[in-house]
Design a protein around this ligand. Sequence first.
Ligand SMILES: Nc1ncnc2c1ncn2[C@@H]1O[C@H](COP(=O)(O)OP(=O)(O)OP(=O)(O)O)[C@@H](O)[C@H]1O
Ligand SMILES: [Mg+2]
Length: 635
Amino acid sequence: MRITSRLRRPDAAPEAQGDELTAELSAFYWQAYDARMASVGFLATARQFPGLVGHAMRLSWQANRHDTAATIALNLASGVFTGYALFATTGVLEALFTAGPTPARVRAALPSLVLVAVAVAVRSGLQSAAGWAQARLKPQVERVVEVRLLDLTTQVDLSAFDEPGFHDAMQRARDRGVYAAQQVVSEVISCVTGVVGIIAAATVVAVLQPILLALLVVAQLPGGWAAVRSARIGYLTSFALADSRRRKWILSDLMAERRTAAELRSFTLRHFLLDRVARLAAYARDAELAAARRQALTRVTASAAGGVATAGVYIALGALLAVGALPLAVAGTAMLAIRSAQASLTNLLYAVNQCYEEGLYFSDYLAFCADAAARVPPRGTRPAPRGFDRITVDRVTFTYPGASEPALHEVSVEIRRGEVVALVGENGSGKTTLAKILAGLYRPVAGTVRWDETAIEDVDAEPLRERIAVIAQDHANWPLTVSHNITMGRAADPDMLAAAAAASGADTVIGSLPHGYDTLLDRQFKDGAELSGGQWQRIAAARGFYRSAPLLIMDEPTAALDARAEYALFASVRGHAADRSVLIITHRLASVRHADRIYVLGGGRVIERGVHAELMALGGQYAELYTLQASQYDP
Ligand SMILES: Nc1ncnc2c1ncn2[C@@H]1O[C@H](COP(=O)(O)OP(=O)(O)OP(=O)(O)O)[C@@H](O)[C@H]1O
Ligand SMILES: [Mg+2]
């Protein structure tokens, strides 16, 4: 615990340089550093160690059981031969140190010498084989670990992505945790080898002179302490820097990506961004330099103490010789055994330290996986309905994670089969939020969404989402082919593709592309094409039509479309809704005047509802906005 208090707040910590960015980062740094400090003490980690080893071995077994078994067995066998070689060396030395003519002593030593040579050769062979198996295991473990991570990140509840803490944890798991997992597997195996080696060497020393063994162990303690402490400093620094590192990566992506290259230039943002990156980099550099200095100090202190202790071992050996407690021949063997035991101890300490260090990162990975698994929506208790006669949103309230105000207050909306329902309202009024709740992407804090009698919170998320098509306001432009951009992972049916493209107006776009539906929509690759904003929006709309789901949600589907395309799309919507339902969100009020029902949202509440004529007669916000838009055409 003393280490803990001395590690706190190192003097050369990253300084807040008087500007907002670094001041904010600095506060976060210490918060993260201190919070984590408590849980990564050596004893706390040692207690978690068996669990970590268990996880590592399970992963390894899952990746490839044959390679795992081979690695452990071969390492164990090679450890046994190391010990055997040492014992055989004792035989050689004893023969050489006996009295008599030199040729006779050498001859006497020969059988033991042959044994040593054979043992060393066998051990080398076993070590090579073990190294090969261990090397094979690495990429296999890495694959299992990575797939598991992405399996979880794609399943967690969408709201997790609104939490900064989740992003930090995810970054640590992706950035370092995946690598650490295979490293821990490897180091656990090295520990096994180290332990076998040390048992062999220590047995030899103990048999020769038990006092030497005790001294030997004491001599290694400073090194062990230094290794553990400097690993912890390194880990805590990297833990606390996660947030600033993520900010830097986001910035460096923005500065090196095609998506932002044009705007960066037209707004001459270069210097502004470079300055921010430079400050973030300087901030991380200061933290890392401070850590490096403290690690170096730790190591110097430990080396000095270790040197004194090693000198003590040799002085003790000399004293034992001087008082005649140790014959010269045995002292020679003891010297060799001490060196071998010291080498084994150093190796073991290194492996244990690596295990500790990588184990800290690996535990981040495990903690993230456990947290993500807990965020996977629970399985539903009822089968997903195939369709509906009526969807009822009943007094739904929703607050985004960390937000102080709810984005929706007791909103009630109804959509019947065959209807086109419009959602309108000013920016930030909650339209997209409501659409996401209807799409089953967010769960309401209070209130329910029902498909007839079935509350959607009782239903598995994925089967329900299969029955809903969403054209999102911020739809992604996937760097895939046109066909994949429309089918979105479903089997491609040429007739359905053609129908969806015609309904959205994407057909004319696709007709002009060099490879039609097979054109790759990413200019960063050979033969890749780029579309205009409106062309992309048509492709995104085609996605919604292709899915042929009973509920189609369109959030601002025409914001980028030309007048003709917009008119055509709204005409398609009517046809599409013949036996399905469409929820449409738009600011172009003229396009929804024929909707079966219009809801006006304001400040997260439904403030008006009805058909166009009713809302106009009401003279509220709808009438005001409609008249405002109309006046631009007909002043
Ligand atoms: N992921 C989020 N986390 C926190 N708050 C959010 C999030 N998304 C939206 N909000 C907030 O919720 C409120 C409603 O946003 P929403 O996107 O639903 O508005 P909207 O009606 O779709 O607006 P627009 O017409 O601009 O698309 C806004 O105040 C917004 O700032
Ligand atoms: Mg919106």
